[in-house]
Ligand binder design. Structure first.
Ligand code: F0G
Length: 351
């Protein structure tokens, strides 16, 4: 059957709900870029969505639902990208946005976007998990606010279109690696593949592989340690602030996605994330934020430990754009060369 429309809304027949108002910025339809270095690896560059992250796919559905239902105020807790996306889509719909953000832990680009789009920002002296508690409490008390965190099922319905787009371009991959924080996206992508399987379009769904930062890895610890019960992380820490989350709301859904797909989980540390970010930027030409770079670090580890081999066809979900988080390399690299030595320098580059 031929699909009509653009991006996420191209798949509206597969998204539940009746939307009288559609709030869209032409999200989705992101490029699937073949790796230059690795034979069978592809990058799904979600950084090219309207606000620079995959969150826009879910936000278009969530805000359309809010607008259809007649809400006036949208509320979210966020490590930054949900905030930026909610602010832009609310603005587009003429709604107001209230954000709960962990003070000092939101990357500059994301905070800038939220301010620019006119959101009302409450800074929390605490981490994302505490910010999310505030949203839940507020929502329980006040039914005038519409929450757009990933416990909102419409968000995940939009995000599952990542699977549909991958399928339309390269068929069925063997594995998909997803940076995992609050754990909605890995479930959403799994759900997309599951629906393709149910409709007979694919025979076996790809292994869903969660990557977490070693300072905030409750799901990876659960899977790797074959634990009976998940242990939340009280004080999550990582340079990848997008996934600095100790108590993922969707952890049960993520574990289901991993187990059902015969997938896996893996941890990478901050150093490996930064190396991965530079590798993608300098050897593939793709600039991503640290959370997204965790996927290439994970791919290396999984090749080295034999879980994957280079013939396996796979996709790394590059969830956010490099410009989201412009602080890191300024501190780490000395990037300026002296203009006096430029001729010498060029000669060296030729070798
Ligand atoms: N990558 C990026 C760039 C993110 O911003 C997030 C989540 C994830 C990966 C993880 O996705 O939560 O579905 O497992 N960011 C949220 C936010 C928490 O508030 O922007 P997840």
């Amino acid at each position: 059957k031929r699909l009509k429309g653009k991006g996420v809304w191209r798949y509206k027949d597969f998204i539940p709900g009746n939307y009288k108002k559609i709030v869209s910025l032409n999200e989705g339809n992101t490029p699937l870029i073949k790796s230059r270095k690795f034979e069978n690896l592809y990058f799904k560059f979600e950084g090219l969505n309207p606000t620079g992250s995959f969150k826009d796919r879910g936000m278009t559905i969530a805000i359309s639902s809010a607008a259809t239902l007649g809400y006036k105020i949208v509320v979210a807790a966020s490590t930054g990208n949900t905030a930026a996306s909610a602010s832009a889509y609310s603005a587009r719909a003429g709604l107001k946005t209230i954000l709960f953000l962990p003070k000092g832990k939101v990357a500059k680009g994301k905070l800038f976007q939220s301010i620019l789009h006119g959101a009302h920002i409450v800074e929390i002296n605490g981490n994302f998990d505490e910010a999310l508690d505030k949203v839940k409490k507020l929502f329980n008390k006040n039914k005038d606010v519409y929450p757009v965190n990933s416990f909102n099922p419409w968000r995940l319905e939009g995000q599952k279109t990542i699977a549909f787009e991958i399928f339309e371009e390269i068929g069925n991959p063997d594995f998909v690696i997803v940076p995992t924080g609050n754990a909605g996206n890995i479930y959403a992508i799994w759900k997309g593949f599951k629906e393709l399987e149910k409709s007979g379009l694919i025979e076996k769904i790809p292994k869903m592989i969660a990557v977490q930062s070693s300072g905030s890895s409750p799901i990876a610890d659960y899977i790797i340690g074959k634990k009976k019960k998940i242990e939340f992380v009280e004080n999550p820490e990582t340079i990848a602030t997008a996934i600095r989350i100790g108590k993922p709301v969707n952890y049960m859904k993520a574990i289901k996605a991993i187990e059902d797909s015969n997938g896996y989980a893996i941890k990478v540390d901050d150093k490996e994330i930064i190396e991965g970010q530079k590798e993608l930027a300098r050897e593939e030409g793709i600039g991503v934020e640290p959370a997204s770079a965790s996927t290439i670090a994970a791919y290396h580890k999984l090749l080295n430990n034999g879980y994957l081999n280079k013939y396996d066809k796979g996709v790394l979900i590059l969830t956010g754009h490099a410009l989201k988080d412009p602080n890191i390399l300024f501190e780490e690299d000395s990037y300026s060369i002296s203009s006096n030595d430029i001729e010498v320098f060029i000669n060296k580059l030729k070798i």
